[in-house]
Design a binder for this molecule. Structure first.
Ligand code: A3P
Length: 283
């Protein structure tokens, strides 16, 4: 497969060819007050994006569109990002080595979402199945189908390892890691911490209100009305449902004992290489 900065290139549904687009992302001018959400797909990008939108705007008004328009690899016209007012909320699933180099120079704040790999796999399975022309089984998914050149769940560990390596080589870089499970368990506390991390500490009361406004049922309710950006329409005609179930441990409803054991074996192999981070929950 194609490599950019030594790392495999993921499918970018943009007009430019992927290498040109990745080069543009790498050269993207950054601002010191940018905030970027970095996460492997399905770890909770939309959720934390909405929370950050509320924290930076100071209002618990749902934005809904934030993610799709500001995901670097899906943003067809990156000059659009120049038109945003500061602080910009950007996001990306790209590996560390492929993110804008200006991020490193300017010490741009990173919010990194982590999620239990079994739940991430289940979420990704449903997500990919929605856009697939032909439905596939969970078993086929676990065996690597139908991702081909796209995102495969095993890459979650490459992603985490690269994140950990980056952190090690850039100990001064401001990064806040958020586990999906922690955010689910005590959203107000994590939101409070997040507000301090981005330099605008919020009151307990405001954090409670943000937590309530960003609860799963609220986000699911508002989502269907949102406008679909061109990049997503290029990817699929279908309107993908992001807000599926929003719970911890749904993997138990999907994995058979045999599948879970096979996955555990895979996890044990990954662990030998070093996870970088220990996700929450049973592994
Ligand atoms: P499920 O498929 O398990 O329901 P991403 O935004 O990175 O694509 O992640 C999507 C996952 O986050 C989905 O998981 C989605 O339901 C969940 N999610 C989104 N908003 C949420 C919220 N407010 N509370 C809990 N989970 C949420």
């Amino acid at each position: 497969g194609l490599l950019f900065n030594g790392v495999r290139v993921m499918k970018c549904p943009v007009k430019d060819d992927p290498m040109t687009h990745l080069k543009k992302i790498y050269d993207l001018p950054m601002r010191v007050d940018d905030i970027i959400i970095t996460a492997y797909p399905k770890c909770g990008t939309h959720w934390v994006a909405e929370i950050l939108h509320m924290l930076t705007s100071g209002a618990t008004e749902y934005s809904g569109r934030i993610k799709a328009y500001t995901m670097l690899e899906f943003c067809n016209d990156l000059t659009f990002l120049d038109t945003l007012t500061s602080p910009r909320l950007l996001n990306s699933h790209l590996y560390m080595a492929q993110l804008p180099r200006g991020m490193v120079d300017k010490k741009v704040k990173m919010v990194h979402m982590i999620r239990n790999p079994k739940d991430t796999a289940v979420s990704l399975y449903h997500h990919l199945n929605q856009s697939a022309s032909k439905q596939f089984t969970f078993d086929n998914f676990l065996k690597g189908y139908p991702c081909g050149d796209y995102i495969v769940f095993s890459q979650q560990f490459d992603y985490l390892r690269q994140m950990a390596e980056f952190e090690k080589s850039h100990p001064d870089h401001p990064i806040m890691h958020i586990h999906y499970e922690d955010l689910k368990q005590d959203p107000a506390a994590i939101i409070k911490e997040l507000s301090q991390f981005i330099g605008t500490p919020a009151s307990d009361d405001f954090c409670q209100r943000v937590a309530a406004a960003c609860c799963f049922s609220n986000m699911k309710k508002v989502d269907p009305t949102r406008e679909r950006p061109e990049c997503l329409r290029l990817l699929t005609e279908k309107r993908l449902e992001i807000y599926r179930k929003g719970v911890v441990g749904d993997w138990k409803n999907h994995f058979t004992v045999a599948q879970s054991e096979a996955f555990d074996e895979f996890l044990a192999e990954q662990k030998q290489k070093g996870f970088g981070f220990t996700p929450r929950g049973e592994l």
